[in-house]
Design a protein around this ligand. Sequence first.
Ligand SMILES: [Ca+2]
Ligand SMILES: [Ca+2]
Length: 374
Amino acid sequence: MRFSWGFVALCSCWVWGVPGLADGGGEWVDHAPMQQSRQEVGAARIGWKVYVVGGLLPGAPLHASDAVEVYDIAGDAWSFVKSMPVALDHMGVVAVGGELYVIGGYSADFVGRADVWIYDPGTDEWRVGVAMPVSVGAHWAVAHRGKIYVFGGRNQVFQTQQATWVFDPGEQKWERLADMPLFLEHLTAVSAGEFVYVIGGRNGASTRANLRFDPRENEWRAMTPMTTARSAPALAAFGSRIYCAGGEVPQLFAINEVYDIVRDEWGCQVGMAIPRHGIAAVTLDDRILMPAGGIIQGLLPTAAVDSFVPEAIVGDGDGDGDVDFADFGIFQRCFTGMGVFELDEVCGRLDAVGDGDVDILDYEAFRGGETGAF
Ligand SMILES: [Ca+2]
Ligand SMILES: [Ca+2]
């Protein structure tokens, strides 16, 4: 019998889904494919463009790409910009101050590097940045409040790391912070609210890691673990929730878990239509864009691009993924009192009870769902 990925994803949701977060919500949408098939890429958004950098190319022997493709969000179209000075895969890619930082990585050799390259979209030029004090690949880099944080990875002699590093572009200096509670490579991390979350990754076997880093206190805290142990998933924050889709080891995964940051709870959303690992995930205004990735465990890069559109959160009138004071203003504007009314899309999100009006009963649910601003 042929196994369907949809079946696998649904199964996992039913067995493991957490009550309180809707199971099987959201939808997947196809986008224009990239021009080059790649996996273990990095990506970041600057303005209305998403840059996808490097990665492993199809075919043997293994080779890495120096290419940078830029996605025009409004036009759903890809084009090349100036290639990197070197070919890289498994590197960290973030955007800070309107520039792209490419940090460490392999060059199809699984040997970690310390180099930092910076791309200026204004001049379409690359320049050398301040190198990391250590060499890493299969780490993850995150931009958070103007600084760059780098977590884990493997060094040039294949040892898995637990180090946390921060780079301050103002001071042009790297500094080592508190170690992660675990040694992890092929991990992913994301900035959400005041914290950075490290989710998944492996040190031999994949983990269910959900580790919260507080940059102000330089402190780690283990949060509720994700349901499925996996490495190299697509990870992105959307408002008060984090979405973790796909990944690999010990198999290729389609499962798409959602983490509620405020409740510290996991649930399950519709699984990936094209299961992938070694993928990038970039949050846009209403969705999470996921370019490229590998479509079997290990190697088989694709040029496919899709996005996940999260289901609406009850009470989130302005649709930005949180329930905060801005939504309260919309609640007041949408307030109809008891009865059945024609609610538009925005006011429909505030009808928590689902009885066709926006009244005091919905206010109670609205209050209960309040997340604060994200
Ligand atoms: Ca909102
Ligand atoms: Ca109602």
